[in-house]
Design a protein around this ligand. Sequence first.
Ligand code: LMR
Length: 331
Amino acid sequence: MFALAACGNSEKTEGSSSGGGAESDGIQEITIKISHVVAENTPKHQGALKMKEVIEEESGGKIKVQVYPNSSLFGDKDEYQNLVADNVQFILPDMSKLVGNDPGFNIPAMPFLFETDEAANAFWDGEKGKEIFQRLEKDGVLGQAMWPNGAKHMTNDKKPITKPEDLKGMKIRTQGGQLLEALYDELGAGSASIPFGELYTALQQGTVDGQENTFSNIESKKFDEVQKYMTIMGHTRVDYALLTNTKFWDSLNEETKAVVQKGVDEGTKLARESAKQLNDDALAKLKENGQVEINELSDAEIEAFKKALAPVYDEYAEVIGKDIIEDAESK
Ligand code: LMR
């Protein structure tokens, strides 16, 4: 676990503190808001609940933690700016939504880069991953940890996808632009980035033909009700950046900070431990529901996608930085 948060800033800010300043002894009485966009039965929400449990317990109830799932406080479009403004103290965006802040956040969209959650964790816990997080400090945002969700798979309403050519002419929803957009361009498909909170309706109304996501996001948001096909391919990933803001962080005294940090560490541990199981359970439920035809790609079919996507891989290795990609590949 790592904490990149800047410490030792003597400037006092009000932040979200409702009592006690950073200078006073003892745990401050504050309320912390955690906002995210996914459902309850996901590693992100379960990790956030763990943070709440640990922080409230360790602070003897002095710190209250409110967790807002399902874009109920802020959605994809406004959560980052509200974090910067300290209207919320923690958010957990899918990194593909941060590519406009720094190209390093294209990493989870690099086709077939990480084989396991553990490899992705190791990259973001390492020196290069930390460097990418640190680049958000210019906004007053502190990257605290990476939480994995896992590999993404494609769903669509048009036809079974088993080879790159099958995507031609389709319109696919993505989490963000840049690499994900280039990836679908390369496959002859169009793409549109649509907030997660609007995705079910967009699929239902045919604004887009398909989308890519983890099993736990597909199942918990019932996308199988509005999609006919799912291809198990694991070409890209959903990985989250647990972010806080400097205004809030610097308003905490050392004792309070230690309690919040413990919540961050325990939440991270639980999210990391539960991600794979939640995806396995969700796949089993999707099979049981029987609403989507499921195609699992063979090794040869995966190879065909790797070959088709090699140009974007090379192009974005340059954009992200070859040293960073080499480091990721070594995990
Ligand atoms: C999506 O927008 O599809 C996902 O990134 C949502 C999430 O946060 O897992």
